[in-house]
Design a protein around this ligand. Structure first.
Ligand code: AHR
Length: 646
């Protein structure tokens, strides 16, 4: 029972300020369309170490010396000597596998103190006492065999302090053949920071000679216990968004700078020793440990569905496969789809079953390329048609998405769906909240696959922070994106999915800002835009209720949806202006006298950053409500009001 005093206080708290403008909003009780269950989700590609060093749980960087040039200093990235060993990366014979030709050659001189190798991880390693870490590596003695097995110590230690947090031992047999050693590490205490290293060492004087090491790994417990799976804190932050879909594997990182460097699904599945890795599009080597199967298993664990891209015959460096040479690439795409949904009597389905998942994954959407407006001529003249005509015949139930600019140039066959991207200013997003209102209702559907307010400078959207580029999302960027997102609910009869991009970035290794989540090896920072996504996705409706349209030149934007069970109206209000603004919502039926308000608000340029990770978070409280609901939205705010029907 809410007391009358409390109700009066609540009413006062939500009463319009005298100075605030008022907008009358009539809400229609007849739904215009259902809200698709796929509407809110995630776009992912390995950018800014969002995959290797981010979502993918592996803690060691350059673990298998993939795609490096032997003999170079760069090949030793993240590795250094402990004691007085000499290190170099070599092309070994025999190699661990044909996919992993390189190894770390480690020479122990006579009279060596405790010596070996260390890896600094992905810019640090978090060491937690509550976790058991699984460490492994391959070894062989190429020339002088030790007279008996050696005892190697594997440890996690402070890089500067030298404090050992965890250690274990493993026997290295005297063998010239590649052999795997595995050990569990259980830290007794947590490290105070991420300035830690992984070490493999031999005791003083234990061995004189050379050992070859390769294909190292160090895994903490993963999200949901998935083998070769995901970092738990990042995955949990994503799960909290209640995402419906996951777009993979790009983004530009699908395309490759050259045709040979494109993402190829078949190089990302099976044993880690069978994955050569590739030079990704964002300036670092991708291990491909986070491969197609790992993506799909995790997507299922998270309750999402995949939106999967296939390579469309175009590399970012500008090369396009000529029409008469496309066949093998189309076949590779067909096999990619077969791996995901083929029956176990097909080679692809049988491979999937052999990895542990006989049932097909629930694939419905396949994206043909990424941003093919970068080379619209070949997409229009043959690439789109060649891929879609061939694959649609084999998979008539799939919906293929086009990625060039919508209808420009026109494509044949006519795409059933399009992926639209927009990186713009906060102002653009507010002025374009009605972007989809005028789109034809002719069966064509849209995926807003990438969007973010990234700069305050309309003349230099992709410029430097000094010219307006945001480093972290701000309150202004988040509430402006929210204005645009109101349009997704209003147009959810044609917009079936939407995802902010990029999703994840390491705080010091980013190729792109701003990002939805930022992280280092120990922490995750939820941005203002993350919270806006969270507010929409956690407060979905089943049907959209049309209401008075907002002015796109104004500052106040809204969307009203109805939830069926338990029955409620959910009102979202974004005030992108610099003063409070009141919306008076005339609801179509009687509602409870109180409702729940969740609100994100703050100074326009306020951000959540590594030093202020929780400066701006949504706040909840009960407010007075009624069928005529007068709501004062503070300047620069996003609010969600849930009020039960009575
Ligand atoms: O999200 C960052 C990049 O922006 C994507 O890789 C690309 O698709 C777009 O240009």
């Amino acid at each position: 029972m809410v007391s009358s005093v409390l109700l009066a206080l609540l009413a006062a708290a939500s009463a319009p300020l005298l100075s605030s403008a008022q907008t009358q909003i009539t809400v229609n009780g007849t739904s215009s369309h259902p809200i698709p269950s796929t509407l809110w989700g995630l776009m992912f590609e390995d950018i800014s170490h969002s995959g290797d060093g981010g979502l993918y749980g592996e803690l060691l960087q350059n673990r298998a010396f993939q795609q490096v040039t032997p003999g170079t200093t760069a090949a030793l990235n993240a590795w250094s000597a402990v004691g007085n060993t000499t290190l170099s990366v070599i092309a070994d014979s025999p190699a661990i596998s044909s996919s992993l030709p390189n190894a770390l050659s480690v020479t122990f001189p006579s009279g060596a103190p405790r010596s070996g190798v260390q890896n600094s991880g992905y810019f640090g390693i978090a060491v937690r006492a509550s976790s058991t870490y699984t460490a492994s590596f391959f070894y062989r003695f190429p020339s002088t065999l030790p007279s008996a097995a050696l005892t190697a110590t594997v440890s996690l230690a402070g890089a500067s302090s030298g404090t050992t947090f965890a250690s274990g031992t493993v026997a290295l047999r005297p063998t010239a053949q590649w052999t795997q050693a595995t050990v569990a590490l259980r830290p007794r205490t947590s490290a105070p920071d991420i300035n830690n290293v992984f070490e493999v060492t031999l005791a003083a004087g234990a061995f004189v000679g050379t050992v070859h090491l390769g294909m190292f790994s160090l895994f903490p417990p993963t999200f949901g216990g998935q083998a070769n799976g995901m970092r738990a804190d990042i995955a949990q932050a994503l799960l909290d968004l209640k995402p419906s879909f996951f777009r993979l594997p790009g983004g530009n990182n699908l395309e490759g700078q050259t045709i040979a460097q494109r993402w190829q699904w078949n190089n990302t599945v099976g044993p880690l020793t069978a994955r050569p890795g590739r030079v990704g599009d964002w300036g670092y080597v991708n291990t491909d440990g986070l491969g197609l199967y790992e993506y799909l298993v995790w997507i299922e664990l998270m309750g999402m569905v995949p939106i999967m891209a296939i390579w469309s015959g175009f590399a970012l460096g500008g090369a396009a496969v000529p029409a008469n040479q496309l066949a093998p690439y189309i076949e590779q795409s067909r096999q990619q789809i077969e791996f995901v949904i083929g029956s176990t009597s097909t080679p692809g389905g049988a491979l999937r079953a052999s990895l542990g998942h006989p049932a097909p994954f629930p694939l419905l959407y396949v994206e043909v390329g990424n941003e093919d407006f970068l080379q619209p001529s070949t997409y229009q003249s043959y690439r789109w048609a060649a891929f879609v005509n061939a694959l649609q015949a084999d998979y008539p139930n799939l919906r293929f998405l086009a990625t060039s600019s919508f209808n420009s140039p026109a494509l044949s066959p006519k795409p059933q769906s399009w992926d639209i991207h927009v990186y713009q200013t906060p102002t653009w997003f507010t002025q374009n909240s009605a972007f989809y209102d005028s789109f034809a209702r002719d069966g064509t559907t849209f995926f807003e696959g990438e969007y973010a307010a990234i700069s305050t400078n309309p003349n230099d959207i992709f410029g430097a922070p000094s010219s307006g580029r945001l480093v972290y999302p701000t309150v202004q960027s988040a509430v402006s994106e929210a204005a645009f997102m109101m349009g997704f609910e209003r147009n959810a009869d044609v917009v079936f999915a939407a995802s902010y991009a990029p999703l994840l970035a390491h705080v010091t290794q980013n190729q792109w800002t701003p990002n939805l989540l930022s992280f280092d090896s120990g922490t995750v920072i939820k941005s203002t835009s993350y919270w806006a996504q969270w507010m929409f996705s956690n407060n979905r409706g089943d049907v959209y209720l049309p209401s008075t349209l907002a002015s796109t030149s104004g500052a106040l934007f809204w969307s009203v949806v109805q939830r069926v069970s338990p029955p409620a109206f959910i009102i979202k209000v974004s005030n992108t202006g610099t003063s409070a603004s009141t919306g008076v919502f005339r609801l179509p039926s009687a509602v409870a006298s109180t409702g729940q308000l969740i609100q994100l608000a703050g100074a326009a340029n306020a951000s959540n950053t590594p030093t202020t990770p929780s400066a701006i978070t949504p706040q909840s409280r009960t407010i007075a409500t009624g069928q005529n609901l007068s709501f004062s939205a503070p300047a620069m705010s996003l609010s969600v009001i849930t009020v039960a029907l009575v």
